[in-house]
Design a protein around this ligand. Structure first.
Ligand code: SAM
Ligand code: SF4
Length: 431
């Protein structure tokens, strides 16, 4: 989501005639887009901002803006602590960068500008200019904010209440993207499954998928993130029936313990969750499933943690993102008893990461010798002789090929499974 917000920020800067600087030292404007999901992300931002102090000293005309969730949460406190910051705007006020940047170009006024932060939950969603990364896959926002208030999570406080984007705006954006040659879109939101709830038109996420699926030229549709509670039979059947919808779902479980899930306010038990996975696998047998896990949530005993380990072994995810529980301002979890020692959180984290490495590699090995359809995204970042793309199940495949294949669907025979990717050989192309 932040990467996509940065595409909007870059789009606004490009429209106001700001190109990309060769290095940070050469920049006239620096915008730091921040994340506050975990403490580590926040610390990274503060050390980066500290480094910019010297740049501003050497170049008093340099403009520094802070965007994103830390900006939203800290507000004017950032101005007080870092007097060399010129402008602050939150994730719901990215459009305010347009006004700020044009007034800055015209004026020599060097005073800090009032921050642009969401105060009104009825904020109108605008379509902003964008400078996209790549030319094959694109992000498309469909729903903003979140109403779930999971006990550990800062998102509802920083990104505000849930608001769905009108389906016509989404449709028009995807039509425009396919016109520009993009082949794959990822529909984006904190909880895409609750799409449509607050719209005047009667539409849900499955209906939106069907609508977008009709767009000629679009080859693949993905979406993140789904909330397990809101996965419906209708959505599963829609995923099964629409060939452009990729065979992958990211379904964060967070924990395998019902006690912890209840205390996290997730709204499902592990059994409910597993039933949804079973329904998905019954409808789409080769579906890949990935998840998010938190270790060391307050009150997590060894027995609770063992239930998470059991869940990983039982479900055999294709991949996981796992994190140590991190205390976040305003969240309900702060007040819970029995916070867990950092060392135990780390030990539990490394235990499940190791377990998952074995599972992921085993799953990758099972693909050796198979022919898979991949959408070629570009040159590999690690080897400029290789092209890279993804399978329908979101596995990265590198192969020796012709740059003319970028943007095409090609068939690949998997030659070698690696820990985080596959290596293959092109069999034939399909435009
Ligand atoms: N909306 C999505 C969902 O419900 O799964 C994703 C939200 S969040 C941006 C991505 C992941 O960060 C979450 O699934 C959770 O595992 C993790 N996360 C959020 N808050 C956290 C915290 N305080 N400490 C550790 N991990 C956290
Ligand atoms: Fe955070 Fe929960 Fe909302 Fe996801 S669903 S953004 S974890 S509050």
């Amino acid at each position: 989501m932040n990467v996509h917000d940065s595409e909007k920020i870059a789009g606004i800067l490009s429209e106001s005639d700001h190109g990309t600087a060769g290095s940070i030292e050469e920049a006239d404007v620096i915008v730091l887009n921040t994340c506050s999901i975990r403490q580590k992300a926040e610390q990274k931002f503060y050390s980066e901002l500290g480094r910019l102090r010297t740049l501003k000293k050497n170049n008093p005309d340099l403009k520094i803006a802070v965007a994103g969730c830390i900006a939203q949460q800290q507000g004017d406190a950032i101005f007080k602590k870092f007097p060399y910051v010129d402008f602050i705007f939150g994730p719901d006020n990215i459009d305010s960068l347009q006004t700020w940047i044009s007034s800055r170009i015209q004026s020599t006024d060097n005073r800090q500008q009032k921050s642009a932060l969401r105060e009104n939950p009825g904020y109108q969603i605008k379509t902003l200019p964008m400078k996209r990364i790549g030319r094959v896959r694109a992000w498309v926002s469909i729903i903003y904010g979140c109403d779930n208030f999971c006990a550990y999570c800062v998102v509802p406080y920083t990104r505000g209440r849930e608001r769905s984007r009108p389906c016509k705006d989404i449709y028009d954006e995807v039509v425009s993207l396919t016109g520009q040659g993009f082949k794959e879109i990822t529909l984006l939101g904190q909880n895409v499954n609750s799409y449509g709830k607050n719209l005047p038109e009667k539409i849900d996420f499955s209906d939106l998928l069907r609508m977008v699926h009709e767009i000629v030229g679009l080859q693949r549709i993905r979406f993140v993130t789904s909330h397990p509670r809101d996965i419906s039979e209708k959505l599963i059947n829609t995923m099964r029936d629409l060939p452009k919808v990729c065979n992958h779902i990211h379904l964060p479980v967070q924990s395998g313990s019902d006690k912890i899930l209840a205390s996290m306010n997730r709204g499902y038990s592990y059994r409910d969750y597993k039933n949804k996975i079973d329904m998905l696998k019954a409808a789409i047998p080769d579906i890949a499933v990935t998840t998010d896990i938190i270790t060391g949530f307050p009150g997590e005993t060894d027995e609770d943690f063992q239930l998470t380990v059991n869940a990983l072994s039982e479900i055999e995810y294709d991949g996981i993102f796992a994190f140590k529980y991190s205390e976040r301002p305003d969240t309900k979890a702060l007040a819970l008893p029995d916070h867990i020692d950092e060392t135990i959180k780390s030990e539990r984290l490394s235990h499940i990461l190791k377990l998952q490495e074995v599972i992921t590699f085993k799953k990758n090995m099972a693909l050796e010798g198979q022919e898979l359809e991949i959408l070629v995204e570009g040159m590999s970042e690690t080897d400029d002789k290789n092209l890279t793309g993804r399978t329908l199940t979101n596995k990265i495949v590198n192969f020796r090929g012709d740059p003319d294949d970028i943007g095409n669907i090609v068939m690949i025979k998997v030659k070698e499974a690696r820990q985080h990717s596959l290596y293959g050989e092109k069999v034939k192309s399909r435009k």
